[in-house]
Design a protein around this ligand. Structure first.
Ligand code: AMP
Ligand code: GLY
Length: 424
């Protein structure tokens, strides 16, 4: 099979890396790709907004199957477009992708089907949102733009004044343009977060390893929110009891709800959870694999990824048995100095040849320039290792990360630390 992966980050490198192991994968393309995907997947400079150009590429290269990495093209309907042209493609259609594309859509679905989540209000008018805040008791509260905002649309506010500033920034000052014209104001939930990846063909589903992602820029969860500075799986935060509650109270009613609404959800449904003292609750849904969680869940997947994705697209998950390794995986992201704020690009990366062969260096933002690999993004590399113990995987990652250098590189030194301490 000839396969096309859309996207060019660490998640897509991990997807390409895993697909490459399939005996059925004859040739892989990654668009736009990066310096890490290039040795195993041919790159092409095509904008992911340009569906016609993507279709032209698929036809020219005689590609059999397309896998969509990021949310933007899914929410904009790339799957519907390619399916109309009779192409085989993995990912939810535009209607189903609203689970991520509209917070209001997913909150309303959760409410209708009694799926536990933070209590909330929806506002399209600034004065009404302000009046709502005036009636709330002082305390932490979360303001979310309804639409996509490159992962920056949720603002955790320490008090009502901050919340007022957040709704003003979104609704009056157009911080997120159209995406912030409608907002969700929701209860702050206290607890530990976990990410669950459900792969569903709209009738049946399988689960990947539950992961945890580290969103803040610096150690001890200090600094700004980022796209994710590291991850590990499986997480002990989800004990067997809680995991069973997640299945019964969240995953099954959500999939059932989607079906009752007549929504054909085929693809990955990413469920961000908060394990609170009242039990697990949904923080958000996404319509694609997580980044950097994919970099840990795919190395733990024993099954052939291509077969899994094709079984999903062909609505054949009923007979599919997923195999997950009985190990741990840890990923630490090396980021550019300044990230998540402004940063420079084009720094030469050295030491990649000193990484042990069993350690995976997924490229997130890299480019090839005059025989050098250089930085080309905020998140640059996602260094990943597996081991039979969580601590073993942590040690391998940090040992190898110390060999890699680029000017102003920074990374968190506490990824998975609380969890490995919990396990010993
Ligand atoms: P989201 O964009 O919805 O994934 O939110 C980004 C991050 O904000 C989450 O991973 C949480 O850390 C935090 N967050 C979002 N909603 C809530 C909430 N209701 N309570 C506490 N934290 C939240
Ligand atoms: N790791 C968070 C995300 O992929 O949205």
């Amino acid at each position: 099979m000839k396969i096309l992966v859309l996207g060019g980050g660490g998640r897509e490198h991990a997807i390409v890396w895993k697909l490459h192991q399939s005996p059925v994968a004859q040739k892989i393309y990654c668009v736009p790709g990066n310096a890490g995907t290039e040795p195993i997947a041919e790159s092409a400079k095509i904008s992911l907004n340009n569906f016609e150009e993507i279709l032209g590429f698929i036809e020219e290269k005689e590609i059999d199957f397309t896998v969509v990495g990021p949310e933007q093209p899914l929410v904009e309907g790339v799957v519907d477009f390619l399916e109309r042209h009779k192409k085989l493609v993995f990912g939810p259609n535009q209607q189903a992708a609203q689970m991520e594309g509209s917070k209001i859509f997913s909150k309303n679905l959760m409410k209708k089907y009694s799926i536990p989540t933070a209590s909330y209000g929806v506002f399209t008018d600034f004065e009404e949102a302000k009046a709502y805040l005036d009636h709330l008791p002082e305390g932490r509260i979360v303001v979310k733009a309804d639409g996509l905002a490159a992962g920056k649309g949720s603002i955790v506010c320490q008090n009502l004044n901050e919340a007022l500033n957040a709704i003003k920034a979104m609704m009056v000052d157009n911080l997120f343009k159209e995406a912030g014209q409608r907002v969700v104001i929701e209860e702050f939930m206290q607890g530990q977060e976990a990410s669950i990846f459900i792969i569903t063909d709209s009738n049946d589903y399988v689960l990947l390893s539950p992961a945890q992602d580290f969103k803040r820029a610096y150690d001890r969860d200090l600094g700004k929110n980022t796209g994710g500075m590291g991850s590990y799986a499986p997480t002990p935060v989800l004990t067997k009891t809680i995991y069973n509650r997640v299945l019964r109270e969240i995953i099954e009613p959500t999939l059932e709800g989607l079906k009752k609404e007549g929504i054909l959800y085929k693809g990955v449904l990413y469920c961000g959870l908060m394990v609170t003292s009242e039990g697990p609750k949904v923080v958000e849904f996404n319509c694609r694999f997580g980044d950097p969680e994919t970099q840990v869940v795919l190395p733990l997947l024993e099954s052939d990824l291509l077969e899994l994705l094709l079984s999903t697209v062909n609505k054949n998950l009923k007979n599919y048995r997923i195999k997950i390794k009985n190990e741990y995986a840890v990923c630490v992201v090396a980021a550019s100095g300044g990230y998540p704020d402004a940063y420079e690009k084009g720094k030469i990366i050295t030491g990649l040849d000193r990484v042990e062969p069993e350690v995976m260096v997924f490229h997130a933002g890299t480019n090839k320039e005059n025989h050098h690999i250089v930085t080309n993004g905020g998140r640059v590399l996602a260094v990943t290792a597996t081991d039979t113990t969580l601590k073993g995987a942590v040690d391998k990652v940090y040992l190898n990360l110390n060999n890699i250098h680029f000017d102003k590189m920074h990374f968190r030194r506490d990824i998975a630390e609380k969890a490995w301490k919990m396990l010993i």
